[in-house]
Design a binder for this molecule. Sequence first.
Ligand code: C5P
Length: 399
Amino acid sequence: MLTGKKILIGVTGSIAAYKVAYLIRNLIKQEAEIKVIMTSASCDFISPLTLATLSKNPVAIEFIKNAEGEWENHVELGLWADLFIIAPATANSLSKLVSGNCDNLLLATYLSARCPVWVAPAMDLDMFTHFSTRENLAKLSKEGVRIIEPTHGELASGLEGQGRMEEPEKIAELAKDFFTIKSVLKGKTVLITGGPTYEAIDPVRFIGNHSSGKTGILLADECAKRGAVVYLVTGPTRFTVKDKNIHVIAIQSANEMYEAVQEVWPKANLGIFSAAVADYRPETPATSKIKKKSNELTLTLVKNPDILSWAGQNKRDAQTLVGFALETDNEIENARGKFERKNLDLLILNSLNDPGAGFGHKTNQVTFIQKNNKLRKFELKEKGLVILDILDEIETIIE
Ligand code: C5P
């Protein structure tokens, strides 16, 4: 049940607007409180009276709500909502959401809303695949707006393809899932680094390492499941991210990872740095393939930036930072030093000395290093279960 949850529904001018009646009915049945904002174009597709009756609240359309000249307060509406769902969202409205245009009440409310915002696009297939729509959706998604992907099937134009607004029952189910998640990660922005880095020697060769990138992806999936807005900066990996709401920033080199992290870290609440970053890179990668001429080849390597240390140095009080360490000797002592030097809140120590742990195993054994000399050693477990232990621990320390 969604008892007491305040959901604002924004309706824009698409034929799919008729489906929003079912969405509102469904949410009301689950005891949510609903308010509706319509664009004037959407009123051609469904009557405001229908939506006012179903939502049990007057529908807001214009900035001035009655003949007495009373203002519809878009800021109040934006602050009232626990969740704002724009369904259906037309190509035109998506473009306006991106540009910051606020020539109608719905758009002005979007700019004022502090709650999570979801958009459920609905349009013809060519409009949906048009570069401008793809770019607008990518930009919205990057800013944390959740995209409820349209489904494939018959469209109002008679054509077949992707563009049908997701079914109201499904959107209502997503809302229910969203509100029932209890994790403190819900609504938080999480930056994860994962995978190896590839440091170019020439256009065809690189220095890399054996990291598969799986840990980063498992962490990203689990954070998304717990309701976080997730940015995954990952080096090359054969694994794919299934959740479309995870923002994947694919990089190759440590410098590219550093650039991406510098962009995302300032807006993140939590950073989990699991990438196996190369410590060194070739000083000057050759611009064409190096020929096999002499018996010896000397490469000069220079140090890569320590990305985690940068994040630690630039950590605000409300941010939580988690790093990984793989040690072979004096494990605990070295890990504690790393914890302090990198200004961490949690360090996950993997030991190569533990049988069954590390690269190439399905299992892992970790020790958590925390402040005040706190230390927790776990038994050998499936890697997926280790991820759950890590995130459960993070939930206890995150603000
Ligand atoms: O110092 P060391 O490489 O052992 O630290 C490991 C931790 O630091 C991991 O969390 C790794 O992702 C991060 N790291 C980084 N940038 C580097 C090297 C390591 O973010 N250049």
